[in-house]
Design a protein around this ligand. Structure first.
Ligand SMILES: Cc1ncc(COP(=O)(O)O)c(C=O)c1O
Length: 392
């Protein structure tokens, strides 16, 4: 789970849930029932033509030559790293501000995560910090397209070329995002994404995909997820495990993919509405979109003082908010062996102040007005001079 508040839906019309998946389900309900009946009747539950059809459609949507469906976003990242050549003894640079899965996948690939800080405006990985962290053991960098916008790929691609590193993007939160028109699979060795139910493209359970233009990387990732077979199903050329996208999920995802552009536009409209409502409202720091980016607003993340109190008081007013992320990766017990001398003051400050407001396709203007009214209730207002209350 990627959020500390992934509660969905609400039966009380006065409440605003953090995420409501019901409008998405309604959009595909009629289409999905007969498709699922067909899968049940055919009895083909893994691999097969429905999975292939989704992989093709998703690759085309992302502008990639290949998409490999797998069992989760975390698996997708591990497989993408391994297929990109990451192995035991390597170092892989990751941003400290991300979900645990980013670093878990590195460890599962046998490598050591090296945590670097993020940019103070976008909260995305900072290329200068990446450059400073490179050693002769560095094999790859994982830009995380956090909250729904691309990391600074032009700088990272140049850096990867200079140092001969693989770029393996964590695009779990960025289906449909672009930078200067280039999508999540452009310029990288591979990208990994998640179909966790609350993602912009979410399954009815877990799922993920590896995206790449390189047929060898795609074949390698697929092989790992099929017990290391290559070609003949009885020939195991490497040690793998089971990681496939279920047919049921492929059918759901293919139906949802047809709506994704519209849903992303609805998210963008909701983000613009928050921008407007918050402009003269409570003292907080709004999200920053990098120039040239098409943000797909998986999350609308503001920064506030006294965040934990604000979160509780919003909850008391019926507003479901989230925190992404309260625990920087370099401070997690799980990653203590790889903490090294990680120094990430921007991530540390963000962890204490980030607050994700309700965001989902179908959120209404009235719901957003309620969110902002509740924020105005619990936050100090702007100063008389009209400046925002300073927030780290
Ligand atoms: C940034 C990020 N990376 C990786 C993942 C892992 O995806 P999954 O939960 O499908 O394993 C997630 C989602 O939870 C995520 O938000």
């Amino acid at each position: 789970m990627s959020s500390s508040s992934s509660s969905t839906g609400s039966s009380d019309p006065g409440r605003v849930p953090f995420v409501d998946l019901a409008p998405q389900h309604l959009a595909i309900a009629e289409q999905i029932a007969p498709a699922l009946e067909r899968v049940m009747a055919a009895g083909c539950f893994t691999d097969g033509p429905d999975v292939e059809a989704f992989e093709e459609a998703f690759a085309s949507f992302c502008g990639a030559r290949h998409a490999v469906g797998v069992a989760s976003g975390t698996d997708a990242l591990e497989l993408a790293l391994r297929a990109s050549g990451v192995q035991a003894g390597d170092e892989v640079i990751v941003p400290a501000n991300s979900f645990a899965a980013t670093a878990e996948a590195v460890v599962r690939a046998g490598a050591a995560p090296v945590f670097v800080d993020v940019d103070r405006d976008s909260l995305l990985i900072d290329p200068e910090r990446v450059e400073a962290a490179i050693t002769d053991r560095t094999r790859a960098v994982v830009p995380v397209h956090l909250y729904g916008q691309l990391a600074p790929m032009v700088e990272l691609e140049a850096l990867a070329r200079r140092h001969d590193l693989a770029l393996v993007a964590d695009a779990a939160q960025a289906h449909g995002a672009t930078a200067d028109g280039a999508g999540i699979a452009a310029g990288v060795t591979a990208a990994a994404t998640s179909f966790y139910p609350t993602k912009n493209l979410g399954a009815y359970g877990d799922g993920g995909a590896v995206l790449t233009d390189d047929p060898a990387v795609a074949a390698h990732a697929r092989s790992i997820g099929h017990h290391g077979v290559e070609g003949d199903r009885s020939v195991h050329v490497r040690v793998g495990f089971t990681s496939r996208l279920d047919t049921v999920q492929a059918v759901v995802l293919r139906a949802k993919l047809e709506h994704l552009e519209r849903w992303n536009r609805e998210r963008a409209a909701a983000a613009a509405r928050y921008d407007e409502l918050l402009a003269d409202g409570p003292g907080l720091r709004p999200p920053v979109t990098r120039v040239g980016n098409r943000h797909v607003w998986h999350l609308y993340v503001v920064r506030v003082d006294d965040r934990d109190r604000v979160l509780v008081e919003l909850g008391e007013r019926g507003i479901g908010a989230g925190v992404h992320y309260a625990g920087p990766l370099h401070r997690q017990q799980a990653f203590a062996p790889w903490r090294g001398s990680a120094h990430c003051p921007v991530t540390d400050a963000a962890a204490a102040s980030v607050l994700s407001l309700p965001m989902f396709p179908g959120i209404t203007a009235a719901q957003q007005v309620r969110v902002v009214a509740a924020l105005s209730d619990v936050l100090p207002s702007r100063t008389a001079a009209g400046h925002r209350h300073p927030v780290a």
